[in-house]
Design a protein around this ligand. Structure first.
Ligand SMILES: Nc1nc2c(ncn2[C@@H]2O[C@H](COP(=O)(O)OP(=O)(O)O)[C@@H](O)[C@H]2O)c(=O)[nH]1
Ligand SMILES: *[C@@H]1O[C@H](CO)[C@@H](O)[C@H](O)[C@H]1NC(C)=O
Ligand SMILES: [Mg+2]
Length: 238
């Protein structure tokens, strides 16, 4: 008998005490009739995120909410790799904990995958029905500009390169992630560009990205410089 599809949802957290319960609640609310587990990869958040996750485990069960912590903040790319090692589903979803990636979109990712047989379904802000909410004009222009630049140079056939709300066949994620080296925003771009160059079937679904309400962003600093460095690197290596 063919295996029924099931899903491991990897949620990396750093200081997400105020968001994690809500995101878990919303995932359960929107994914009825689907077999899934949520894997929280918390990097020793000082705000007590893990205590909240343990409470959630009591409520939903340790088989549904897996806490796979690491001792300290080691970055997002390796957090996904760590979570992936513990994933038992044949599909993996990667999403942020801060509600910028709303769980209400999960059914559309699953539906798109099953209709098309795609290896990757990626959420996009840059098609009809998608967008961003809560960003000022400067941030919108920067993000849009970065995306257009990368589109032009890399030609990946995907409209949103830096978004990180995605569904992968587990084997495909394992393959693509092992060939990626960059960090931060560039990591998401590298993942999708490499996947595209490897010839994987990628589909998109529109999402609206909402800026976080609780807590603060962990990515910052010289993002634009890092982005341009990453872009040049991808240009010469893919
Ligand atoms: N485990 C882990 N999670 C992280 C780390 N950095 C950020 N995160 C989480 O990754 C997600 C995206 O980070 P965020 O700060 O919201 O980035 P932004 O949305 O691009 O500003 C959130 O769920 C964070 O809690 C890290 O070093 N380790
Ligand atoms: C998915 O199904 C496999 C095979 O039945 C099982 O071993 C695994 O625990 C399931 N994982 C999830 C997340 O449902
Ligand atoms: Mg965020």
């Amino acid at each position: 008998m063919e295996q029924k599809n099931n899903y491991s949802i990897i949620v990396p957290t750093y200081n997400e005490r105020l968001n994690i319960a809500l995101i878990v609640y919303l995932i359960f609310k929107h994914l009825r009739d689907v077999d899934f587990e949520i894997i929280v990869v918390d990097d020793g958040s000082p705000d007590g995120t893990q205590e909240v996750v343990k409470q959630l485990q009591k409520l939903y069960g340790e088989d549904r909410i897996l806490l796979r912590p690491r001792p300290k903040k080691l970055g997002l790319g390796t957090a996904y790799i760590h979570g992936l090692k513990h994933a038992s589903g044949n599909f993996v979803v990667i999403m942020d904990a801060d509600l910028s990636h709303h769980p209400k979109y999960l059914p559309s990712f699953i539906k798109k995958q099953s209709e098309t047989g795609a290896s990757i379904v990626t959420g996009t802000r840059y098609v009809r029905g998608g967008g961003v909410h809560g960003w000022n004009l400067m941030r919108k222009l920067t993000s849009r500009g970065a995306n257009v630049l990368a589109q032009t140079l890399l030609w990946p056939g995907v409209s949103d390169l830096t978004g990180s709300f995605r569904l992968y066949k587990k084997s495909v994620l394992e393959d693509v992630i092992s060939s990626c080296v960059s960090k931060g925003y560039v990591f998401q771009m590298e993942m999708i560009v490499r996947a595209s160059k490897k010839g994987y079937h990628i589909e998109e679904v529109p999402i609206t990205f909402v800026d976080r309400v609780f807590g603060s962003s962990k990515l910052g600093g010289s993002e634009i410089i890092e982005y341009l460095k990453g872009l040049s690197y991808l240009l010469v290596t893919t």
